[in-house]
Design a protein. Structure first.
Length: 284
């Protein structure tokens, strides 16, 4: 009876030692939750603290991410592999970049030298609506006094609930979803009463989502030329391109010489550039 009692005590002490060896590390936060993040966009980083809860140094031999959506999560700074002194901690950061809508999950797995069972921390996040990116509009400029004009918006991240806004208005203009890369917006006459430069916004609603914008120029019907650079050229020479400064220039505007169009490059509503022809260089 005495011999059995001693074995039981020894086993009990060993079990306690093993239990203690399995939990020398505390991880905060636990679980690590990223919330809802825009599709294909990285989240804000979350700081993760790995604390040695014992007085003796521990050796972290590896940190990995495993699970169904492991590729969605990433360590972005010091991975904390190596020794952590007793009663001390190491800090790392993680981000979540969802490639699909809906709930995503994985686990942060931390291996410690001498500890049989790794520490596993649940990771979770949700893919939300993407952030739209507007790259161009056509036409880029509209005339003062026009009736409603349909503008084609090109970019990425558009969804069926995307809406276009002009300027600071909180009321969207009529918007038609064409594809993930194209929308059509009807700019109504109220925005076309006078020359102006507006921001044309595209907004995706929550969850996540966001907005992007581009300049929309409203120009007068009559173009005006104020100056040219250079102001004069020598006959029979090639002066290179000539820049016209003025106002109300539109995409597609053409410079004419004696009634004939010459090669013209649109720079902005205030500048055009053209290449003198041989006739112009002769001074005709």
């Amino acid at each position: 009876m005495i011999r059995v009692f001693r074995v039981a005590v020894a086993c009990s002490v060993l079990a306690c030692s093993l239990a203690h060896a399995q939990t020398p590390l505390s991880v905060y936060p636990n679980p690590i939750q990223f919330g809802t993040v825009a599709l294909n966009s990285p989240s804000s980083p979350i700081y993760v603290y790995l604390s040695n809860t014992t007085a003796t140094a521990i050796d972290i031999t590896g940190i990995t991410i495993s699970g169904t959506n492991s590729n969605d999560f990433a360590l972005t700074s010091n991975p904390c592999v190596g020794g952590i002194p007793g009663n001390s901690y190491c800090t790392t950061t993680m981000v979540f970049t969802p490639p699909a809508m809906g709930a995503r999950s994985a686990s942060l797995v931390i291996n410690i030298n001498g500890v049989a069972t790794p520490t596993s921390v649940p990771l979770s996040g949700t893919g939300g609506n993407p952030v739209p990116v507007v790259t161009s509009i056509s036409p880029a400029n509209l005339y003062v006094g026009s009736s409603t004009v349909t503008v084609t918006i090109t970019g990425t991240g558009f969804i069926s609930s995307s809406l276009a806004y002009v300027g600071s208005s909180t009321v969207p203009v009529p918007t038609t979803y064409v594809s993930a890369t194209q929308l059509k917006a009807q700019v109504t006459a109220e925005y076309l009463s006078q020359p102006a430069t507006y921001q044309l916004y595209v907004t995706n609603p929550p969850p996540a989502g966001g907005s992007s914008s581009i300049n929309l120029q409203i120009v007068g019907l009559e173009a005006a030329i104020n100056s040219a650079e250079p102001v004069s050229v020598v006959a029979e020479t090639n002066p290179g391109p000539i820049v016209l400064n003025g106002s109300n220039f539109m995409t597609g505007a053409k410079v004419q010489w004696n009634g004939t169009n010459v090669s013209t490059t649109y720079i902005s509503t205030n500048q055009l550039q053209f290449q003198p022809t041989e006739e112009i260089r002769r001074g005709c």
